[in-house]
Design a protein around this ligand. Structure first.
Ligand SMILES: Nc1ncnc2c1ncn2[C@@H]1O[C@H](COP(=O)(O)OP(=O)(O)OP(=O)(O)O)[C@@H](O)[C@H]1O
Length: 369
């Protein structure tokens, strides 16, 4: 990454302000949508508060983009209602087109017009204003993202990160009450993504618009969102703060989506799940039920042989700050994965004790049980 680029990014936050919006509330009420036989959204109800940053998260095809397109008005739902500040913008009684909804859009491919300068691209969303006023607002937005010097250039002369910032400037220039972003960072080099994401978040907070961001990356959602809406097959699997979803996932699929987990099967006896690596609290599960302990690699600590549960170190992979260990334990089909700080000095083949931090273990009914 060039120093000059990083300087531009770090200066980006100290440029002129973009002007603030009056944040709007956005609500979906039992929204259903489909394409032919495909049911893309299957009854979505969600209320987003003014100024809130919500990430729509989920695997490919779960309906994230469709929900965003419905919020923007690009797509009209088959049934259900969408309201902005309590006013129906899509539903049985009304359909307000995108340009009259007061929403700003940032697309995955940025969707800049190649034949227009960056300034003209940003002015495109400001057609309702007299030209001089539109130009002033567009220059202000470009300045906010640190690109005022590139106003007269064309998009193709900019890097991917800079094009993303022009797209952001275009979306915020009209001061929308709601900003909708579809995978806005996925086209960027992974080394730039963190810096650009942090700066984009700063601009989003500064404009005070209500924001909905689509992503398939759980880490990105956790970094950005006030609340995460996890979608699965067109339905909401779970809604909560990043820490709610990470610490208390509603089911095994959600736990798997947020991090690598060891899945250790067991049987419930007297309110606890009995497994080859220990007993874990199993509230709400019936006596004799089959269940799974989901154990994150960082919740497993190797100890000297003779302590805790007996195991044998099978492999060790150096990853820099941390190492990934595989530890075989009698009674388990697959070795346990453990993530430890580097430099523990353990050699494969050695007997070890396996210590599991029980308070961090998540217990779920066995899939299909
Ligand atoms: N124009 C379309 N015609 C037919 N099917 C569509 C269309 N757009 C989306 N779909 C289908 O609707 C479902 C939801 O698609 P959507 O693009 O909303 O998912 P997504 O979660 O945004 O996925 P991705 O992360 O891959 O972009 C998928 O099964 C998809 O194949």
């Amino acid at each position: 990454m060039s120093n000059s680029f990083m300087e531009t990014v770090s200066r980006w936050g100290r440029r002129g302000t973009a002007g603030t919006s009056i944040a709007a509330s956005l609500a979906f009420e039992d929204v259903v949508h489909g394409y032919g036989k495909v049911r893309a959204l299957d009854g979505i109800s969600l209320a987003v508060a003014p100024g809130e940053v919500v990430c729509l998260l989920g695997p490919s095809g779960c309906g994230k983009t469709t929900l965003l397109r419905i919020a923007s008005g690009i797509e009209r739902p088959l049934s259900g209602r969408v309201t902005i500040d309590g006013r129906e913008v899509a539903g049985p009684d009304a359909f307000i087109p995108p340009e009259r909804r007061g929403v700003g859009l940032v697309f995955q491919d940025f969707a800049l017009f190649p034949h227009l300068t960056n300034l003209a691209n940003v002015m495109f969303g400001l057609k309702a204003l007299p030209k001089a006023e539109a130009e002033k607002a567009a220059r202000l937005a470009l300045s906010r993202v640190g690109l005022d010097k590139h106003a007269e250039d064309y998009p193709h002369t900019l890097s991917g990160g800079e094009q993303q910032r022009v797209a952001l400037a275009r979306a915020i220039a009209p001061r929308p009450g709601i900003l909708l972003m579809d995978e806005p960072f996925s086209g960027l080099d992974s080394r730039l993504r963190d810096a650009i994401r942090d700066e984009t978040l700063a601009v989003m907070r500064e404009t005070r618009a209500t924001c909905i961001v689509v992503t398939h990356d759980p880490e990105e959602a956790m970094r950005m969102a006030d609340r995460i809406v996890l979608l699965r097959s067109g339905r909401i699997a779970q809604i909560g703060t990043p820490s709610d979803l990470y610490r208390a996932p509603a089911d095994l699929d959600t736990a798997r989506f947020f991090s690598d987990v060891n899945e250790v099967p067991g049987v419930v006896r007297a309110g606890r799940l009995v497994t080859p690596v220990g007993y874990f609290a199993a509230p709400g599960l019936a006596e004799g039920a089959s269940a799974v302990a989901a154990i994150r690699p960082q919740s497993i600590t190797p100890k000297p042989a003779g302590m805790c549960v007996p195991g044998r170190l099978v492999s060790r992979r150096f990853l820099g700050e941390v190492e990934l260990l595989e530890i075989a334990v009698q009674g388990l089909d697959a070795p346990l994965k453990a993530r430890v700080r580097s430099g523990e000095g353990l050699a494969p083949g050695r007997d070890v004790g396996v210590d599991v931090t029980a308070a961090e273990v998540l217990v779920f009914a066995a899939p299909g049980a």
